[in-house]
Design a protein around this ligand. Structure first.
Ligand code: THG
Length: 373
């Protein structure tokens, strides 16, 4: 293939865009209507940095939807099945969002940044319109808007050292999903221990988009002694770790129970959140599909990208594989998949129709581990 997608004005540039171009970005995706780098041309090096060193990622596409006003918390409660009774200042929460039939439509990190302001750090779907629609329909006293906030992630086992050298040793005591407002040489930030990998690290939520390149340079400079380099949301590691990518791993019927997110929901709370009745029915009847891992035979997959691929068992369609990758650590072809509970329980005799041809597959739990196979 020799074509390219044009960089045009209908998709936004991130505040780090120029820096990522300078750093040699080779592939962008789009996320919440913004270009987001996914590779700098050497997937193996990017994977190694994340697993053994540290990477820096322009994830400004993880846009914030701000709910601001006296009814901010009430609106947030309507938007998620997660119980927000014990929302703690300075601690984020992973919150599935569902529609009226209980479908998972987004899975943001929620941060209460002021008494009357909540940010939803969203995955790739239009939650600003959804949230405002709910606020209007319910007559709530809350503004819904996108603030000038753009996350830059620093991930990997050496991320703590890099961030400590920038902000001080206090960051070593920040717990998982903990966050605080701070600044770096006058650049306003929210710093959080979070990020879309299981290798540890931080996210700097830049609160002034005019200073993106400046922030990028400071992180790159501080990371030099630790071998920092640019990366994207790492595809291979996210599949190994079983991190969910909404809309890549899900379809219009995938509910949080199927996706293994039961622990993030409370159907017995008083709040009449959107999807409550549907989710109660689903819980009572039991799920029909399950999000799980597949291990496949054959030559290592070459690409680090895929679309959903049909999975069959004895000729019958049972679901789809959602992210095919070759794991260098496990030395397996792997994929996340959403398949019938029968197929998942049977665990073998599956065929996946991949772009590399038909592949035999066996089922495993997520995250992928050698001892579970
Ligand atoms: N960070 C921030 N915003 C985001 C993401 C992020 N928005 C988009 C996307 N990622 C949202 N999706 C996720 C998915 C998984 C996690 C975070 C955001 C995650 N999950 C852990 C897990 O599944 O093991 C922990 C969940 C928990 O235990 O609470 O970290 O990455 N700012």
């Amino acid at each position: 293939m020799s074509f390219q997608i044009a960089i045009g004005p209908r998709i936004r540039k991130s505040p780090f865009y120029n820096s990522t171009v300078k750093a040699g970005v080779s592939h962008f995706t789009t996320y919440n209507h913004m270009y987001m780098p996914v590779s700098y041309g050497d997937p193996q090096a990017e994977y190694d940095r994340l697993m053994n060193g540290v990477d820096m990622r322009d994830v400004a596409g993880q846009r914030q939807v701000s709910l601001k006003g006296p009814d901010a918390l009430e609106l947030a409660r309507l938007l998620t099945p997660r119980n927000l009774d014990n929302l703690t200042p300075g601690v984020g929460k992973y919150v599935p969002m569902t529609n009226s039939i209980g479908t998972l439509i987004n899975d943001p990190v929620l941060l209460q940044v002021e008494d009357d302001e909540i940010w939803l750090s969203i995955a790739d779907s239009d939650m600003k319109f959804w949230a405002e629609g709910v606020a209007v329909a319910k007559g709530l006293n809350v503004q819904v808007f996108e603030p000038d906030v753009s996350p830059l992630a620093i991930q990997g086992p050496k991320a703590d050292d890099v961030v400590a050298s920038l902000l001080g040793d206090w960051i070593r005591d920040v717990r998982y999903f903990g966050f605080s407002k701070t600044e770096l040489d006058g650049i306003p930030l929210v710093v959080a221990r979070s990020g879309w990998s299981k290798q540890g690290g931080f996210e700097f939520y830049l609160c002034d988009s005019s200073r993106g390149d400046e922030l990028w340079d400071k992180v790159a400079e501080a990371g030099k002694p630790y071998g920092i380099g640019p990366g994207g949301p790492n595809y291979i590691e996210r599949v190994e770790s079983g991190l969910i990518s909404v809309n890549a791993d899900t379809d219009d019927w995938a509910n949080p129970f199927e996706m293994g997110m039961g622990k993030f929901m409370d159907l017995d709370q008083d709040v009449d959140f959107i999807g409550k009745a549907a989710l109660k029915t689903i819980k009572a009847e039991g799920i029909r599909r399950r999000f799980c891992g597949l291990i496949m035979d054959g030559e290592p997959f070459k690409s680090t990208n895929s679309h959903q691929c049909p999975v069959t068992m004895n000729g019958d369609y049972v679901g789809f594989a959602s992210a095919l990758a070759y794991s260098p650590r496990l030395e397996w072809n792997i994929s996340t998949a959403l398949i019938s509970t029968e197929a998942a329980d049977h665990g073998k005799d599956l065929l996946v129709d991949t772009e590399y041809g038909m592949r035999q597959a066996v089922v495993t739990s997520l995250p992928f581990r050698r001892e579970n196979a």
